[in-house]
Design a protein around this ligand. Sequence first.
Ligand SMILES: O=C(O)CCC(=O)C(=O)O
Ligand SMILES: [Fe+2]
Length: 466
Amino acid sequence: MSDNQDTSEAEEEDATPSGSATLPLRPPSDRLPCNKSSVCSRSYFVVVMVFFHVYIINVIALLFYVHYNSGQEDANPSRDAPSSNHQQQHPESRRPPSKPEFLRDVSLTRIEGIRVGHVQKVSLVPSKVHEMRTLSLKPLLFEIPGFLSEDECRVVTQLAQLKGLMESQLMVQDGQDELAKELNLGPEEIFNLLDINQDGQLQLHEILTHYRVRDGIWLTPENLREIYAGLKADEDGNGKKSTFFFKKHYLWVKRSQLVRNSRHTWLYQGKGAHQVLQDIKARVTRLTRLPPALVDLSEPLQVVRYEEGGHYHAHHDSGPVYPETACTHTRLASNTSTPFETYITVLFYLNSLADNRTYDEVVRSCVNCDKSNLKVKPTKGTAVFWYNYLSDGKGWVGEQDEYALHGGCVVTHGTKWVANKWINIDPDYQRQARYQKLVSQQPEDEDDEGLTLNPDLQSSDVHQEL
Ligand SMILES: O=C(O)CCC(=O)C(=O)O
Ligand SMILES: [Fe+2]
């Protein structure tokens, strides 16, 4: 009780306007300001202004609310995707999503590497359990022995031979005459174009730039000095040459100076393809745990043959195409309107190399194999696969993994056969989703796990060289 009394006293005290004790008290008549018109209108103005401001603030808040809500709906492309229709019926789908709405339906599984040497069992075919060993975490790289059977390796190489293999990279002189005709430029004009600093001379670096830009030829300044020395062209040793010598030393380029010295072909893996090829594609889908549609939309199997002296210098299978690291397949993709990159590379060894002198470096190599951090010896049937991109942490691709630099060492004895399955995606999810939607409007194959493409669409839109 006493507490209540205290409280009511306190309330009474509190009810006294604070600070009023310091103001002189006036008689009640003085406190009626209406007889003073200026005071009355000022109070009236203040009250009106307060109401006006509250009203304006409310309107602005309402506008923000409406804008924010409609903006969320616009930015949500999955709402017009068929699979998200049922979500619209649930009120909880209006809650803020834990990850961007557009990544709800599709996300890229990334297999955990755990640690180098870690072995996980994977079930890829009914009769067998495969072992998948982590070879590296940076980049994320795995090896699966016996991924292909002996028979499958044989069928793939035979199918490639039946189809016919083409040079992976043309020698410069192979196309030189046609280029000269096509360019319709005289030697003077070519000289001027190559003379980057316009000093009337061609320096070593200008020639080198041209080589890399036009031909993808792997020439170091040392190579060029050797060429000059061989031609006795640079007698004063200042590295300045005439067009005559520049034209002439083209002929000195050897196959070993190409980025890639091999022959290859593409084997279509969709509906109607040889059963072995379809099986390999299905197994790759299981292995990578990616949405089947992504694997279906990817390039066909590329089969590559290296003869003695064959090699593939260090390169990335994806990312911006620098002339010296250009791959046939990234060119293939970049020729098209669909900007696909290679998310995963699955490399199959279709034969074993006879001895230890002839092995492959797979990752983090430089032009020469001695500088590589990791080498994998080709063993028939073994598959290695790695991620060319890091994750964005939200279920799609992030940055390109610089550590995915790799190459194939020079084959010193015999012939080496490999096949590449490049799994392509568009780093821009929304474009990929639009593309997938477009392609999924093609007739579907009922037997298939996922989406099946109309071969005509596939070859004309994505895989031009098939
Ligand atoms: O032949 C190899 O070992 C590597 C091949 C490769 O990296 C490629 O074809 O992109
Ligand atoms: Fe490669």
